[in-house]
Design a protein around this ligand. Structure first.
Ligand code: BGP
Length: 479
């Protein structure tokens, strides 16, 4: 019973959200480097600027300066007992413009040093190749993944990483939350596909076409990895937030099922190497002339993934509407509030059991090993006069989710490799660009207003998670 002995307990982050050092040692400008700071209190969204502009506030330029503090921070992860640490390789540290002839040695060396530091403490590095940080040059000069050339640039980048770290990194992921763009909002198209849409563009079509090129790029990367070192395991990475029917009306149930299809078909292609029939029908219905070649289809089949990595934060509920006879997913139109769930200050509905649902959904559909690579609670933290931080809400969130995954392992027998909470240390929020939306077990003294010393301190959840890891998930009590 319980989790496997070598269960990969750990924490996850992404280069652009914590490394900072945005222009150090030859690093190029990424999409994240042209995204401004937002704010939940004033409802200020992030903006994407036309290059790096004077006078704008770009929080990812600084992150939490992990680029310079990684040794101290990893020592804290080790103290917590972390067995694994997920991060990404910033594409622009390796190929600053995407189309460079040779990789940047200083960038490659940084990750060598970082992975060595992890291994020093027997922490397994788990690596995402592309986590919302595509080269800005790729977006601006090539149109990002709307251009077939992006496939070659990505495969070149992936291959350089596989070759360099083949003896240091075993677990890989290609594109972080590749399915986030199913909503085809400009923010996600930029983060996922380096696409900067213009007024009047058909965003829905662009999403499907560029996602196709990304899926081919991912499949070619999987194949390359296996050729370089057959022991390396490469996953897709899906942002999984299940969609429930609002009622037991058959139409609502049908709507929920199709919405799951529309949001998670990316996993079907990654795992099965081919498109689901309903999606080919959608292409037909839209009358799109998709650029999907025979060679692409072969590549998809030859590069299916080894395991499924996914993030989980919340669940949604949806209802059917008569005006939507094909039960399509229409972003922003058919979701309803789930009255059984509470939500975070950012409106994310908290649903521990939903994680068990996801594990079973993936397991039944694909039967592959799984790795939970993100799960956590973004909240405002309060520092007491004595410096302590009592983040019981975060402990409660993590506890409920770990209990749910335990259920899926013990009762349903899902093959779960590990759990990486998001994030072991406070970092910049990806959606809002805030410091105040905190996920960490380690506090970083910096706020939205730019005030703070950058000092690190341990929250109550730090000690709690240490005990959880020590007992391999047996003792989850919050004392
Ligand atoms: C996921 C992303 C992460 C991370 C997390 C929390 O979608 O993969 O990069 O940031 O969500 O989201 P946020 O930072 O917006 O609160």
């Amino acid at each position: 019973m319980g989790f496997r002995k070598d269960f990969l307990w750990g924490g996850a982050s992404a280069a652009h959200q914590f490394e900072g050092a945005w222009d150090v040692d030859g690093k190029g400008v990424s999409i994240a480097d042209v995204m401004t700071a937002g704010d939940n209190v004033t409802h200020t969204p992030r903006r994407i600027t036309d290059g790096v502009l004077e006078g704008e506030d770009y929080p990812n330029h600084v992150g939490i300066d992990f680029f310079h503090t990684y040794k101290e921070d990893i020592a804290l992860f080790a103290e917590m007992g972390m067995k694994s640490f997920r991060t990404s390789i910033a594409w622009t540290r390796i190929f600053p413009n995407a189309d460079d002839a040779e990789p940047n040695e200083a960038g490659l060396q940084f990750y060598d040093d970082l992975f060595d530091e992890c291994h020093k403490y027997h922490i397994e590095p788990i690596v995402t190749l592309s986590h919302f940080e595509m080269p800005y040059h790729l977006a601006k000069e090539y149109g990002g993944f709307m251009n077939r050339k992006a496939i070659d640039f990505f495969v070149k980048f992936a291959t350089a990483c596989f070759k360099r770290y083949k003896d240091k990194v075993k677990y890989w992921m290609t594109f972080n939350e590749i399915n986030n763009q199913a909503d085809y909002i400009p923010h996600h198209l930029a983060q996922e596909g380096a696409i900067l849409p213009k007024e009047g563009d058909d965003l829905e079509y662009m999403m499907y076409q560029s996602a196709h090129y990304e899926l081919v790029a991912s499949a070619l990367a999987v194949k390359a990895a296996h050729e370089i070192n057959p022991d390396m395991l490469v996953a897709c990475m899906i942002g999984m937030n299940p969609v429930y029917p609002a009622t037991c009306k058959p139409e609502d149930n049908m709507q929920a099922m199709m919405t799951m299809n529309f949001k998670y078909w990316f996993a079907d292609v990654h795992v099965r190497g081919k498109y689901p029939s309903w999606l080919l029908k959608l292409f037909e219905r839209r009358g799109w002339n998709m650029d999907i070649t025979e060679e692409d289809n072969k590549a998809l089949l030859a590069g299916t993934v080894d395991y499924i990595a996914f993030s989980y934060y919340m669940s949604f509920a949806t209802e059917a509407k008569a005006e939507n006879p094909h039960y399509e997913y229409r972003p922003g139109k058919d979701f309803v509030r789930n009255e059984y769930l509470k939500a975070s200050d950012w409106g994310w509905q908290i649903d521990g059991l939903g994680l068990r649902f996801c594990l079973n959904w993936f397991n039944d559909r694909f039967g592959l090993p799984m790795l939970i690579v993100e799960n956590g609670f973004g909240a405002y933290d309060k520092v007491e006069a004595d410096g302590s931080i009592h983040d019981d809400y975060r402990i409660e969130y993590l506890k409920a989710h770990i209990e749910a995954m335990k259920g899926a392992v013990e009762d349903e027998g899902v093959d779960l490799l590990g759990y990486q909470m998001w994030a072991p240390i406070d970092i910049v929020s990806a959606s809002t660009g805030e410091y105040d939306k905190r996920y960490g077990l380690i506090y970083v003294d910096m706020n939205n207003a730019g005030e703070g010393t950058w000092a690190r301190s341990k929250k109550k959840s730090f000690y709690w998670y240490k005990k959880v890891i020590e007992t391999n998930g047996e003792d989850l009590a919050n004392e």
